[in-house]
Design a protein around this ligand. Structure first.
Ligand code: PXP
Length: 241
């Protein structure tokens, strides 16, 4: 059984476009949960460009399923996470100029620093996932650093057009998922997934969770968030191994 965690950052991005108080990402989260999402994801960025501290705190109060805080390994945000206590954190690289997260975390060059972060999260019973490239070295490093889960970056897969390149990237994702699964890590996948490219990902047995935002919120503009979430859950259930 594969589950869907809905990223609601894009609702906050729309709110910020007018500097107003609507649409509220908290309302989106509640509706996504009612439609069957098994988790809500938000990214509290250092520059607070979409999700604000207030959103995170209210989400912690209202999310009934699982609250996944995406965050950089930055001391200010670490302290907020240790105070707000999300159910899990997903550690991502963060670059101020990027439009969205651009790639996986460089775990192998930062093992000691990330190990300390994991220990601090575990002291508060917060589950830790690292967002990594489908790369065996990064997965091995994640294990050494003590991560509970890896979220495989599917952005490259999502952007590729050529059949050969696409099948090479799929092989990387499958073998990374297998390696991580055998090593005892839980496995998620995310970034750039949509209602079409999700199908091959559902065939990877080790992938247990998807973290999806942009395509669901985009579809929600036309059909409403309840239907958009339900349609993605149906896609996942109908295509899953
Ligand atoms: N996973 C991670 C780690 C991300 O940074 C993002 C983007 O916020 C997502 C998943 C969701 O990506 P998308 O919005 O393209 O579905």
């Amino acid at each position: 059984m594969k589950t869907l965690n809905v990223n609601i950052d894009h609702v906050a991005t729309l709110r910020e476009a007018r500097g107003a108080n609507e649409p509220d990402p908290v309302t989106a989260a509640v509706n996504a949960e009612l439609a069957g999402a098994t988790g809500i994801v938000c990214h509290l960025r250092e520059d607070r460009r979409h999700i604000h501290d207030r959103d995170l705190r209210i989400l912690r109060e209202v999310v009934q399923s699982k609250l996944d805080l995406e965050m950089a390994a930055n001391e200010e945000i670490i302290k907020i996470a240790l105070d707000v206590l999300p159910d899990m954190v997903t550690i991502v690289p963060e670059n101020r100029k990027e439009l969205t997260t651009e790639g996986g975390l460089n775990v192998s060059d930062n093992i000691e620093r990330l190990k300390k972060l994991v220990e601090r999260m575990h002291e508060k019973s917060i589950f830790v996932s690292f967002f990594v490239e489908p790369d065996i070295n990064q997965i091995e490093a994640s294990l050494i650093a003590g991560a509970d889960m890896v979220e495989l970056h599917t952005g490259t897969y999502a952007n590729l057009k050529g059949e050969n390149e696409l099948s090479q990237e799929l092989i990387k994702i499958k073998s990374s998922a297998q390696f991580a699964g055998e090593a005892g890590l839980k496995i998620a996948a995310g970034h750039g997934l949509n209602y079409i490219n999700i199908t091959p990902m559902c065939m990877v047995p080790e992938i247990r969770e998807f973290s999806i935002g942009h395509t669901i919120i985009s579809r929600a503009v036309y059909v409403g968030i309840t239907q958009a979430v339900k349609e993605m859950i149906d896609m996942i259930n109908n295509s899953s191994k």
